[in-house]
Design a binder for this molecule. Structure first.
Ligand code: NAI
Ligand code: MG
Length: 367
């Protein structure tokens, strides 16, 4: 059977950037003979407009069946005042929860053509290629008890609970070690074992998975605050970083900005490996629906295109083809193509979303 994809373009610039990805999917069919069975559906505000819910049950069911879900972005000012239970991001949260996507992959990769664009020194980031693996379904964002309660001084107390089980730590550690084997064979685990019990357990369980299952991969441990500093000081010391939900949220945003624009950043969220050998998977750009530029043809489609490249690599075992897409992006940037987000204030004329997509297609064709 052909590999199957569910495309949920979503709101704002989501459909604009996804249009460019669909051209690449078509290219794989006509030029490479790799045909994907593609279904398209609604998520977020557009789903709410049609169904009164940001994710219809039928869409959820389809997401559970396909090999991979590709999502654009959700949200926008039109939906800001909706009830919490039907807000656009609830559609995305439901997908993550029901697919049990516990491992969030956020690469920070420097395209040399953009090295000057970063706020960091060129030698610190040129050639940078690291991967942050963030635990996505547990920890302090989900732990019970949680809430705002009256305290015993007549005030209130806000409570969240950091909680991790052996199984939760081991499964995300495995996904980091598996990744490392396909990359630089090095994992650095980050926590705060100096001040948190959940950090002590994290460190012990990651070490356990290493010793029993991946002794051939190099493992180190680092306190997360030092990790933040090291990421900015000398990020090339890392290959794969594995960390919990909260630290991963912060460290991945920090690492992301080492290399430039939000319009360049892909992500993958993976769950358990299924009977067919593929993990449950959702791929999406890191950016949101960008209402400030939506409908103007200004959005950078590269983050979404690179998310599709991650799908090729991690869901479909098409690492060479993924590299080919990434190389096409690199080529186009090296030739000077820039959407508006990749330009300095005095930097010449930007190209449109469509022009960027077409340039990448042409580079693919030539590869
Ligand atoms: P945003 O990522 O949509 O935009 C932040 C800034 O980056 C804006 O100035 C935008 O124009 C720019 N930008 C983002 N992506 C770009 C691209 N591909 N090309 C060029 N410029 C780009 O974040 P913001 O403004 O905080 O949120 C806007 C809406 O998106 C909100 O409704 C928010 O809830 C939603 N959102 C959705 C996410 C998702 O679907 N995963 C993630 C983050 C926000
Ligand atoms: Mg964040």
């Amino acid at each position: 059977a052909n590999p199957s994809l569910l495309i949920l373009a979503g709101d704002g610039i989501g459909p604009e950037v996804m249009t460019e990805v669909k051209k690449i999917i078509t290219w794989f069919g006509t030029k490479r003979g790799v045909h994907f069975d593609v279904t398209e559906d609604l998520v977020g505000g557009c789903a709410y407009d049609k169904h009164g819910t940001p994710l219809h049950d039928d869409t959820m069911a389809r997401a559970m069946q396909v090999d991979a879900v590709l999502l654009g972005a959700v949200g926008g000012p039109a939906y800001d005042n909706l009830d919490f239970s039907v807000k656009p991001e609830r559609g995305l949260l439901r997908l993550r929860k029901e697919m049990d996507l516990f491992s969030n992959l956020r690469p920070a990769q420097c395209f040399d053509a953009l090295a000057d664009f970063s706020s960091l020194k060129k030698d610190i980031i040129s050639g940078l290629d690291i991967m942050i693996v963030r635990e996505l379904t547990s920890g302090v964002y989900f732990g019970e008890p949680r809430g705002i309660f009256p305290d015993n001084e007549g005030g209130r107390v806000g409570v969240n609970t950091q909680r991790y089980t052996t199984n939760e730590i081991r499964r995300v550690a495995r996904s980091a070690f598996e990744l490392a084997k396909r990359r630089g064979n090095k994992v650095c685990s980050m926590e705060k074992a100096n001040v948190m019990e959940s950090g002590i357990l994290w460190r012990e369980e990651v070490q356990w998975v290493h010793d029993h299952e991946y002794p051939e991969v190099e493992l180190s441990h680092m306190y997360a605050d030092n990790g933040a500093m090291q990421l900015v000081r000398w990020p090339k010391q890392f290959d794969v970083i594995v960390t919990d939900n909260l630290f991963g949220d912060i460290l991945s945003d920090c690492a992301a900005m080492l290399t430039g624009s939000l319009g360049m950043l892909p992500s993958a969220s993976l769950g358990a490996v299924q009977a067919n050998g593929r993990p449950k998977a959702l791929y999406e750009p890191v950016h949101g629906s960008a209402p400030d530029i939506a409908g103007q043809g200004k959005a950078n489609p590269i983050a979404c295109i690179l998310s599709f490249a991650m799908a090729l690599r991690y869901s479909f075992d098409m690492g060479d083809d993924a590299a080919r897409v990434e190389k096409a992006v690199e080529t186009v940037l090296a030739n000077g193509a820039r959407t508006a987000d990749l330009m300095d204030k005095d930097g010449g004329t930007p190209i449109s979303t469509t022009q960027m997509g077409d340039a990448i297609l042409a580079a693919l064709d030539a590869s």
